[in-house]
Ligand binder design. Structure first.
Ligand SMILES: *[C@@H]1O[C@H](CO)[C@@H](O)[C@H](O)[C@H]1NC(C)=O
Ligand SMILES: *[C@@H]1O[C@H](CO)[C@@H](O)[C@H](O)[C@H]1NC(C)=O
Length: 200
């Protein structure tokens, strides 16, 4: 009786914790096995499938885009600035964009255009020249005192979206409205001592 009881319960006692232990191990294996199975399954399936064809193609496209310096500025900066004297006649070239690429027509590899439709400057066709189309004025009376425009540079024969190049044009004073001083410069002597002892 005692032995049976003793043998019975110990057997159950051993069996009952062992059962859940095995179940837990199975659960662990399942839990571990699922991600282990799940993780490699997407990786190998694309590698023999479409991925090896798509990945090198994409890498090549990225590499081409990175190697394609067209439309970047020679200086490596992201914007261009020009200073223009306000007495520059209409039709004059304000400056030449330092953008990389050949904008000549029809065989060039880039195309430059202005984003703004109503701008006092324009890009001369087939060139990198910014040409003044309307008067500019430092005082802003007869024309804008500063112009902020965006040049869109398209890489020809690619589907790449055009690159926007901000261009800041500052008008410098031609000194036509400067105040006139007679007999300048003036010398003024100020004595602190005299001010302090000034009679009240
Ligand atoms: C561009 O400007 C340069 C001078 O800066 C000039 O020699 C050239 O003819 C201009 N080209 C065009 C297309 O306006
Ligand atoms: C100003 O002071 C200097 C010397 O301190 C003198 O030579 C000059 O004459 C003075 N000018 C005037 C306008 O008082």
């Amino acid at each position: 009786m005692r032995l049976r009881r003793g043998a019975g319960p110990p057997g159950w006692a051993v069996g009952s914790p062992a059962g859940p232990l095995v179940l837990c191990l199975l659960c662990l294996l399942l839990a571990l096995g699922r991600p282990l199975l799940a993780l490699p399954s997407p990786a190998p399936s694309p590698s023999p499938g479409a991925a090896p064809d798509a990945d090198p193609a994409r890498h090549a496209a990225v590499a081409r885009a990175q190697a394609d310096s067209r439309c970047f500025l020679e200086s490596g900066s992201s914007a261009e600035s020009f200073f223009v004297s306000e007495d520059l006649p209409v039709g004059s070239v304000i400056g030449v964009l330092s953008v990389l690429g050949d904008p000549s027509e029809p065989h060039g590899d880039i195309a430059l255009r202005l984003q703004e439709t109503d701008s006092p400057v324009r890009v001369s066709p087939g060139s990198k020249n910014l040409t003044l189309m309307r008067r500019l004025d430092k005082e802003g009376i007869e024309g804008p005192a500063s112009v902020y425009i965006s040049i869109i540079c398209d890489r020809k024969r690619t589907a790449d979206p055009g690159l926007s190049i901000p261009v800041n044009i500052r008008v410098t004073d031609a000194n036509d409205n400067a105040p006139q001083f007679v007999n300048a410069p003036y010398v003024l002597n100020i004595s602190e001592v005299r001010t302090k002892n000034f009679p009240k």
